[in-house]
Ligand binder design. Structure first.
Ligand SMILES: NC(=O)c1ccc[n+]([C@@H]2O[C@H](COP(=O)([O-])OP(=O)(O)OC[C@H]3O[C@@H](n4cnc5c(N)ncnc54)[C@H](OP(=O)(O)O)[C@@H]3O)[C@@H](O)[C@H]2O)c1
Length: 284
């Protein structure tokens, strides 16, 4: 039996879609914070169980009979370590044979503050002794494209990444990699740096949007503080804005770049090109 936490999220749903191609629905547990949001998954025959990182009492039942677990990192960027620890401890008690964890690219060496809790979570997993596969996901290309409507309106993407290259990939590609790591043999003990085959700077992203949209869009590089201000002005919490601006500054120093090709090898095909993702975002 497989279990996916955060299964009502965007990545979790994509992982379940991939698993359903080869695994019977009644062998997949969707671990969710709010079962009411998972009715569609239940309708597809997936077992829906409450698995709230903030309510460890939900976790033993959620993981009962589970063999392989995908722990999708929490969205709570200011305090996720205790949540992850609760799931890892529950997985130990449940006797899972494999835990996969969605970490961050180069979490062990990354200067980005966002990497700290990923690094700590990897350490908790290592200490637990559970067989594990660490999926160090790069940035989602979809993150960059959240700014597409504003970029088209104002003629510019903004950031603090300078000429830093992002090896960002599609969520769907990371989801396929997670499904492979769970279902295929031989991944226990591995750490994968998962990133797209082709990297881009934010100027190259702007150029691709210009080419496809026919509108002039440039990349405007700001200081980290100014970019943080833009993000809070757009409605992000102060904590999240600070972390994302910090990540952009880290990207300027190469923190979100990787050319090892592990993602393409894991999914057995080239990663989804930036041009395809821009095209689908422009279609809306
Ligand atoms: N690599 C990147 O670029 C990148 C970007 C953004 C995020 N991330 C990380 O990747 C993860 C998955 O991304 P995503 O796009 O799928 O995020 P998402 O769509 O926001 O989904 C996050 C999921 O986590 C669940 N969740 C939040 N708090 C929880 C709790 N206390 N207990 C159980 N579940 C909880 C949410 O439940 P509800 O459905 O009930 O809200 C949701 O299902 C994120 O959580 C974050 O750690 C990575």
């Amino acid at each position: 039996m497989y279990a996916i936490t955060g299964a009502t999220g965007q990545l979790g749903r994509l992982v379940i879609d991939v698993l359903l191609k080869t695994v019977p629905a009644d062998r997949i547990v969707a671990g969710v914070r709010n079962p009411a949001k998972a009715r569609d998954l239940a309708d597809r025959g997936v077992i829906v169980r409450e698995a709230d990182y903030d309510r460890p009492d939900t976790l033993p039942t959620a993981l009962a009979g589970v063999d392989k677990l995908l722990l999708i990192s929490s969205t709570d960027v200011s305090g996720r370590l205790p949540k992850h620890r609760a799931v890892i401890e529950a997985a130990q008690r449940a006797g899972v044979s494999l835990i996969a964890y969605t970490s961050m690219l180069h979490a062990d060496t990354s200067p980005a503050r966002l990497a700290v809790e990923h690094r700590q979570t990897e350490e908790v997993i290592a200490t637990s002794g559970l067989p594990a596969v660490i999926l160090r996901n790069g940035w989602y290309t979809e993150n960059h494209l959240l700014a597409l409507p504003a970029a088209l309106e104002h003629g510019a993407f903004v950031g603090a990444a300078g000429v830093g290259r992002f090896s960002s990939a599609a969520r769907k590609d990371y989801a396929e990699a997670a499904a492979v790591a769970l279902t295929a043999d031989g991944h226990a003990g591995k750490t994968y740096e998962l990133a797209a085959d082709q990297a881009f700077t934010l100027s190259e992203l702007a150029a691709e949007v210009s080419r496809q949209s026919g509108k002039s869009v440039v990349y405007s590089d700001l200081s980290q503080a100014a970019f943080e201000g833009v993000l809070t002005g757009a409605g992000l919490s102060a904590d999240l804005a600070a972390l994302l601006a910090d990540a952009d500054a880290a990207a300027a120093r190469g923190a979100l770049f990787d050319d090892g090709g592990a993602l393409g090898r894991l999914i057995g095909r080239p990663t989804t090109p930036l041009a395809s993702l821009v095209a689908s975002a422009l279609r809306g």
